[in-house]
Unconditional design. Structure first.
Length: 83
């Protein structure tokens, strides 16, 4: 599946030092995926010691056989929910 990054997502990835490969891994092998309002989805994945020991959260939209990443950031809650 084709993955595209919004301008906001690219800026957040640069700010937090998140690679495009980490985002793709989160989308492909997410620990949890939740459906949010307006067709948004949020995928989370724990990477262990990378990203400050926080899980990575990727918010995206599915459009015409492609995924558009809206934002990506380390989920800075120590206790995070799994659906």
């Amino acid at each position: 599946m084709n993955v595209e990054f919004s301008r906001h997502a690219r800026r957040r990835m640069k700010l937090y030092g998140i690679s495009a490969e980490d985002v793709r891994l989160t989308l492909e092998q997410a620990d949890s995926v939740e459906h949010q309002e307006d067709g948004l989805f949020a995928a989370t994945k724990a990477f262990g010691t990378t990203h400050g020991d926080y899980p990575l959260k990727v918010v995206y939209i599915e459009e015409n056989n492609r995924l558009v990443v809206v934002t990506a950031y380390p989920l800075k809650r120590r206790v995070w929910r799994t659906p």
